[in-house]
Ligand binder design. Structure first.
Ligand SMILES: [Zn+2]
Length: 258
């Protein structure tokens, strides 16, 4: 499941390798993007994932459900099969690993069991950065995903939570994606320049039929291409993807004014 090109961890490497890792700190990141439905993470933040892959980082996608209920003309079973193939193709295009949760579309619930499942995956993947849904959404699965992931992040760090893997304390931050369905109260905070990564993003997300058009009336590709331009304009870049964080994560402690 690990991609080529990152077969050692600095903590396990000798001094020479550690020095090499320090001279290229970007490759030190593992970005884990967790979406309620296959396609959520790629369409919103795939350009950031493509960028980090290009920087040499490890990129992992976790789809809690396949989002198999989203095609009114195809049975959930058949569309689920299609979505899984599309998710694997999108991950391959991004150079990402793809993981899948066991839940059904529309049935994701914020339960202890779900938090434990995701916590164990977080321990396995050992991300430095987690990206998931913002807390408010018109889709209950998205709101459940937000709560599950935040509970899982805490559990994964606790010595007292016993799972098959040791606790993970290397997480530097949890970030929330700019998703048209999760817009209420979302205020862009971090802007990532994706000017050179939009082509890779587009190649990946068009693995999904719902993005290419014909299933949903929502113009996914146009919306997110335009959003990248809008966020880019505000950020002084050609294209950008914005992320939100928890209010407490906006606190900055300085020795003097910057
Ligand atoms: Zn979704």
């Amino acid at each position: 499941m690990r991609p080529p090109g990152r077969s050692f961890r600095p903590a396990l490497a000798g001094a020479a390798l550690l020095a090499g890792a320090l001279s290229a700190p970007a490759a030190d990141r593992t970005v884990l993007a967790i979406g309620a439905h296959a396609g959520d993470a790629e369409i919103t933040t795939g350009a950031i994932l493509a960028r980090h892959k290009r920087l040499g980082d490890r990129v992992v996608l976790l789809h809690l459900t396949l989002g198999e209920g989203g095609n009114p003309r195809v049975s959930p079973a058949a569309y689920g099969e299609q979505k899984k193939k599309e998710a694997l193709a999108a991950a391959q295009a991004l150079g990402a690993e793809a993981l899948f949760g066991p839940w059904k579309d529309g049935e994701l619930r914020d339960t202890e069991e779900a938090a434990r499942f995701v916590a164990d995956l977080i321990r396995q993947v050992a991300p430095t950065h987690v990206i998931t849904h913002w807390k408010s959404s018109l889709h209950p699965d998205h709101e459940a995903a937000h709560r599950i992931v935040n509970a899982a992040v805490l559990l994964a760090s606790l010595e007292g939570f016993v799972s098959a893997h040791p606790r993970h304390r290397g997480l530097r931050g949890v970030y929330y994606a700019d998703n048209w369905e999760d817009a209420e109260g979302f205020a862009p905070y971090l802007y990532v320049d994706v000017t050179e990564d939009l082509a890779a993003w587009k190649a990946a997300v068009t693995s999904y039929e719902f993005v290419r058009g014909g299933i949903s009336t929502f113009p996914y590709l146009e919306y997110y291409e335009s959003l990248a331009r809008v966020r880019g304009a505000v950020a002084g870049k050609r294209s950008a993807v914005a992320l939100e964080v928890e209010p407490f994560a906006k606190k900055r402690v300085l020795d003097a004014l910057p």
